[in-house]
Design a protein around this ligand. Structure first.
Ligand SMILES: [Zn+2]
Length: 649
């Protein structure tokens, strides 16, 4: 692999490869400061994490560990993967602690105490041989590894390992890492070369094993992850109704050309395979994964960056099967997509991976939490045809449907809120990287970067911006060695016509990356100007479901037409946008020229006469759109991202 640099320090970050083009920065080196994402990190700390802790107790999922530790028979509460939600929230608290730094000690006393309590309780439930799952293996339960398709045992282990690595890097609870290594050792015995020659129905253990290897240097963890990657696709899992592609067990990872099957499974597997490829120097595998990413993004991704158009099996559709009203776009799929893209960005340095991360951050992750951080979208539809209503809940108050049309407090399968929490807490790590030449900024938002280059030179800078509300990004050098180094800024794929100026001297900057190399001095300012006016987005002609429609995007933010913004008597189902007049936008609003379309109900919704089914435009108005991520925050509504296109008569 080209560009491999051996590293000897370990950043406080979720992904710390030993090779690759870019070196990640720790959460203590790259911090968000206010703005769009900084505010969401505060919301995560103040509301989302405490809300999750409350529900994990209330739903009895933490109690499962207490019951398991007691040795007495008990009724397991929640889904097969309930254990993993506790691990993910421990991961979230760990990253949140690292993010707030030494000055955040007071801020964190309560969450630290909660974390220590959780670790004590889960550690008490661990078996002597390292196994730890609350649903299997006891005398009154199903045997261990008796349901690899649906049991989620190794999946839960993977989350425990990731979480324990996070906790170790953030420096908090020594006991947790012992639990993790004992569990990982158990997995290596049970599933090693001489063990069970199969895989888990849901990929995830691979990510945890590689990261534990990166933390501890214990090679068998990496070898075990590589074994799991190479074993998948041999049809070792039992047959299930959705077919073997559901768990990517239909063909070897190295033979696949596009992602398919259950979206989160596919993306976790790809992220784990990227980790294995990077650690083993397997350029062939890395190339395969880049091809899978490219083909998937070319044909199987929504304009929001969301993935998954099947509700039934939470899976990818065939190429261009991207119906907006059936978009599943699970929040976890957004998280998983970012995980895959981030690993490819570190490995290859290609800005396209950061472009997809940006799109997914603003239009999937940002859409999930309610403004108060106490309700969440699980599925993220692009078209809400009927006024959204509460989904049914069970006796414990848990929402029974992931595809609820409203944000819900907690779900029976509540993978998404905890995934969101751990991602928000660790966002700073996605903002910037470094290499031998200097620093790369990948995402824009108020931030500070303070790091030491490989040759020992210290570099500090501040990023000030109102992005995505405004397109000006101002970077001020706070500390520089006085010798030349390179500041590289990603120019997003949507930003044709961008410019970069250094101390007032501007140059055009094409999409990709703009680099400035010089002996910066403290006080130097670099300004990136991103053209951020709203624009229509047109779909590829093979996306049948939205043919003849347009979407509106401003910078990376996709907009939606929401019924609460329509003139009285209009419907989101009967409007046409005038594409002869470009969208209007300023810092705080986006507006389009819209017409109400009168299409009377007919005896049969088809006709041999085109005139019979051509809508009659009755009235026109300038109508505001809402950022897609902010829809459903103003009461019950209908909504659509793709709007039928026309020209006012
Ligand atoms: Zn989920």
């Amino acid at each position: 692999m080209t560009g491999i640099v051996e590293r000897h320090t370990s950043p406080v970050a979720p992904v710390v490869p030993r090779g690759g083009v870019f070196t990640p920065l720790g959460l203590d080196e790259s911090r968000l400061a206010g703005g769009f994402w900084g505010e969401r990190q505060e919301l995560n700390h103040d509301a989302i994490i405490p809300h999750a802790l409350h529900w994990l107790e209330r739903a009895g999922w933490v109690g499962n560990f207490d019951n398991a530790a007691s040795g007495r028979p008990y009724e397991h509460r929640g889904m097969e993967f309930a254990d993993s939600e506790i691990y993910k929230i421990i991961e979230a608290i760990s990253w949140d602690r690292a993010r707030t730094g030494p000055g955040g000690a007071d801020l964190h006393a309560e969450l630290d105490a909660a974390l220590d309590g959780l670790v004590d309780r889960l550690a008490a439930a661990q078996d002597a041989d390292g196994y730890l799952h609350t649903l299997f293996g006891r005398a009154w339960q199903r045997p261990r590894y008796s349901d690899l398709s649906w049991g989620h045992e190794l999946y839960c282990f993977g989350h425990l390992l990731q979480s324990a690595v996070a906790n170790a890097r953030a420096g908090a609870n020594a006991k947790y890492l012992q639990v993790a290594t004992a569990l990982a050792d158990h997995v290596c015995v049970m599933f090693g070369e001489n063990g069970l020659r199969t895989v888990c129905g849901h990929a995830e253990i691979e990510l945890g094993l590689v990261e534990l290897y990166r933390l501890t240097g214990v090679r068998r963890y990496l070898d075990q992850a590589a074994l799991f990657i190479d074993r998948r696709g041999a049809g070792t899992l039992p047959r299930i109704e959705y077919g073997s592609a559901y768990a990517q067990d239909d063909m070897p990872v190295r033979e696949a050309t596009v992602l398919r099957g259950h979206v989160v499974r596919a993306l976790y597997l790809s992220a784990g395979a990227t980790d294995v490829a990077v650690e083993t120097g397997d350029t062939e595998l890395l190339h395969v994964l880049e091809t899978q990413w490219a083909n998937t993004v070319a044909t199987r991704v929504y304009v929001t960056g969301g993935m998954g158009s099947h509700h039934n099996d939470e899976a990818f559709g065939l190429d261009y099967v991207l119906p907006p009203d059936r978009s599943y776009c699970e929040t976890c799929a957004g998280v998983a997509s970012i995980m895959f893209s981030w690993r490819l960005l570190l490995a290859t340095g290609k800005s396209r991976y950061a472009d997809l991360i940006e799109r997914t951050l603003y239009n999937v992750l940002a859409a999930s939490p309610a403004r108060d951080g106490r309700a969440f979208f699980y599925a993220n539809t692009l078209h809400q045809r009927s006024v959204s209503v509460p989904a049914p809940v069970n006796a414990d108050g848990l929402c029974l449907r992931g595809a609820s049309s409203r944000r819900e407090a907690w779900f029976e399968a509540s993978c998404c809120p905890t995934n969101l929490a751990r991602t928000l807490a660790s966002l700073g790590a996605l903002w910037a990287t470094k290499d031998a030449e200097g620093v790369q900024i990948h995402q824009y938002g108020g931030a500070s970067v303070d790091t030491v280059l490989a040759d020992g030179r210290r570099v500090s800078l501040d990023v000030e911006t109102e992005f995505p509300h405004a397109g000006t990004v101002r970077i001020t050098i706070r500390e520089s060695p006085g010798t030349p180094w390179t500041l590289s800024l990603r120019v997003p794929e949507w930003a044709e016509g961008a410019s970069v100026s250094v101390n007032g001297v501007a140059e055009e900057a094409a999409p990709g990356a703009a680099s400035v190399t010089r002996p910066f001095v403290a006080g130097d300012t670099i300004v990136l100007e991103l053209p951020i006016e709203a624009r229509f987005v047109f779909p590829h002609p093979r996306v049948d479901a939205v043919r003849g429609c347009v979407a509106v995007q401003r910078g990376p933010v996709v907009y939606a037409l929401e019924s609460v913004d329509l003139p009285h008597g209009w419907s989101t189902e009967a409007t046409v946008v005038d594409v002869s007049k470009p969208p209007m936008s300023d810092r705080d609003s986006v507006r389009v020229h819209l017409s109400s379309a009168d299409s009377p109900v007919r005896d049969f919704p088809y006709s041999v006469s085109a005139a019979d089914v051509t809508p009659h435009l009755t009235a026109s108005a300038e109508v505001p759109l809402t950022p897609y991520h902010d829809w459903a925050n103003r009461g019950p509504s209908t909504m659509r991202v793709w709007i039928p296109a026309g020209t006012a008569e």
